[in-house]
Design a protein around this ligand. Structure first.
Ligand SMILES: NC(=O)C1=CN([C@@H]2O[C@H](COP(=O)(O)OP(=O)(O)OC[C@H]3O[C@@H](n4cnc5c(N)ncnc54)[C@H](O)[C@@H]3O)[C@@H](O)[C@H]2O)C=CC1
Ligand SMILES: O=C(O)C(=O)COP(=O)(O)O
Length: 529
């Protein structure tokens, strides 16, 4: 039974869902904050469900010997070392929609709070002061909101702001003009946004490009009296530079939910007038926490039970509906890769995958990952669909794919071509209606070979006696042949044989075959059926 650890404060709804799906679950919401205890325990688990407190470092991943999937009950995965997870073949999923409304609402609430200085006014009133004239605010109506990042949360913030009769400018390099029109926002460059906005709200992930994107220089380009809201990620804004701008009065107010260092016990922004701060509460509503807990538990369970991949950051998604149809083609792609991988000793320069016919309309990203994993599995048995593309990229292997309409007799086929410095190998295969993958072409020679756990592949000239020699040698050495396939390019020309064996051929059998001088190559192969 797969075993999952919940190491952050998730709604207990998740626990019930895991149990309903036949998954053993340990609910230890404090463990994420205890690095050493987590490190000692992580080896037990197939799945890990987290929020932002658990830091999934390369060290933790190295100890996670059974881990297959990490589910983030929320959006940002900057607390997970994605590269290390991918290299280890661990899928990282998030729940991109469960807390987006709640977080957008928090950004709007923060905008109101900073426009009307509500937290300070509230504290002052609680203190028995009646400072009516101290807290003069500004209206939002007709003001310009600068939206940095118009993804899921940014789009909701835009719709709410438009409802408040604000004008919305959006800076997002991936926002199309059509989508901007649909959202009712004006797409602008960052400098224009900085110069025109009365309020600026950030909704981008923290990446190499966005880290520290709001510097002292960017702040200097802003309109005097601007107010800045950050409910996205700490580290997007230079907190020291913002503190200076708040002190000089160039920036009239700031509302921050996220900080460069969290938990934030100190920040240059703390204790400045008209700075509203909350302790990373963007996603903290009952509704959002129910949503993300439910979704993450369903997604992790689906993956561990059925191989369905939803909302993965480091692997193409495979829906629960497509998993059964895609499964045999995933196997095929992996077998094609394994065939070439076992035949290739030299460094691989490139891999091309051609999808012909119906398979071209399937999830070719997932199939490509399976093919690459197959190729690399000969050298590294731990490689999988998550890690293979990362490892291939690290090794400088160029991966390309081609899709084409049905070009032959098969409704669907996949052809894999692998190039090394001095040669090219290709193999094609299909899936028959029985759901079993078949090899249909090797080196351009047509065959029809069912794939077995143990196979023997030989190349030879098309001369009499090959079948007899192969059959007799296997028989004399106690290896039963389940299936025998031959192919040739032309009479008397290049020929190949593929034997599906019940056991691996032993060294004596291989030596005997070699001694006949009939074969150019004799390769025992293994496949993970
Ligand atoms: N405070 C909190 O508790 C929460 C914070 N978040 C954070 O909010 C942020 C946004 O989340 P979503 O909207 O769901 O993400 P999303 O992926 O839907 O949208 C992000 C947008 O940023 C854009 N973007 C990427 N690089 C950019 C750049 N260099 N300049 C401008 N735009 C860029 C993307 O094109 C995309 O449209 C994330 O950082 C997430 O972690 C999310 C939930 C809760
Ligand atoms: O979903 C996100 O990206 C968040 O930042 C929410 O974080 P949390 O789950 O509240 O620690």
């Amino acid at each position: 039974m797969p075993k999952v650890l919940v190491s952050d404060k998730l709604s207990e709804t998740a626990v019930q869902i895991f149990r309903d799906n036949g998954i053993e679950v340990d609910f230890e919401p404090a463990l994420g904050k205890d690095k050493d205890a987590l490190l000692a325990r992580i080896g037990e688990y197939d799945g890990l469900a987290i929020r932002s407190a658990t830091k999934v470092t390369d060290k933790l991943l190295a100890a996670a010997t059974n881990l297959k999937v990490i589910g983030r009950a929320g959006i940002g995965v900057d607390n997970v070392d994605l590269k290390a997870a991918s290299q280890k073949g661990v899928i990282v999923m998030n729940t991109p929609y469960g807390n987006m409304i709640t977080t957008a609402e928090h950004a709007i609430a923060m905008m109101f709070a900073v426009a009307r200085q509500i937290p300070e006014a509230s504290a002052s009133t609680h203190a028995g002061k009646w400072e009516k004239s101290k807290f003069m605010g500004v209206e939002l109506t007709n003001k310009t909101l600068g939206l940095v990042g118009a993804g899921n949360i940014g789009s909701i913030v835009a719709s709410r702001a438009l409802g408040l009769k604000m004008k919305v400018l959006a800076y997002d390099p991936f926002l199309s003009e059509d989508r901007a029109k649909e959202l009712g926002v004006t797409k602008v460059e960052l400098d224009e946004l900085l110069g025109k906005a009365d309020f600026i709200t950030l909704h981008v992930p923290k990446t190499e490009q966005t880290a520290n994107m709001i510097t002292a220089e960017a702040i200097a380009k802003m309109k005097p009296g601007v107010r800045i809201i950050n409910c996205a990620r700490g580290g997007l804004v230079d907190e020291d530079a913002l503190a200076d701008a708040l002190k000089s009065g160039h920036v009239a107010g700031a509302a921050f939910d996220v900080f460069a260092v969290e938990p934030a016990t100190d920040s240059p922004l703390f204790n400045l007038p008209n700075v509203v701060v909350t302790p990373h509460l963007g996603a903290a509503t009952t509704e959002a926490q129910e949503n993300v807990a439910l979704q993450v538990a369903e997604q992790i369970s689906d993956y561990l039970n059925n191989g369905a991949v939803t909302n993965a950051i480091n692997m193409p998604s495979i829906t629960a509906e497509e998993a059964p149809i895609l499964g045999p083609f995933v196997k095929l792609a992996s077998h094609l890769g394994a065939f070439v991988g076992q035949m290739t000793r030299d460094p691989i320069e490139s891999i091309n995958i051609t999808y012909d016919g119906k398979v071209a309309e399937m999830n070719t990203k997932a199939l490509g990952s399976a093919a690459i994993a197959g190729v690399m599995s000969a050298q590294n048995p731990d490689v999988n669909m998550v890690s293979a593309p990362v490892i291939a990229a690290d090794r400088g292997i160029k991966v390309s794919s081609t899709t084409q309409e049905k070009s032959g007799v098969f409704d669907s086929y996949i052809k894999l071509t692998v190039k090394t410095a001095d040669r090219e190998r290709s193999i094609a295969g299909t899936v028959f209606s029985d759901g079993k993958p078949r090899f249909i072409q090797i080196k351009g020679i047509n065959i029809d070979a069912e794939v077995g756990s143990h196979m023997l592949y030989t190349t030879n000239k098309d001369v009499p006696g090959i079948i007899g020699t192969l059959g007799q040698t296997m028989g004399e050495n106690g290896v039963n042949i389940a299936n025998f396939t031959l192919g040739r390019s032309n009479v008397g020309a290049d020929a190949i044989a593929l034997l599906y064996l019940d056991d691996a051929p032993n060294d004596t059998a291989l030596a005997k075959l070699k001694a006949t001088g009939l074969f150019q190559s004799i390769s025992p192969l293994k496949f993970d059926i």
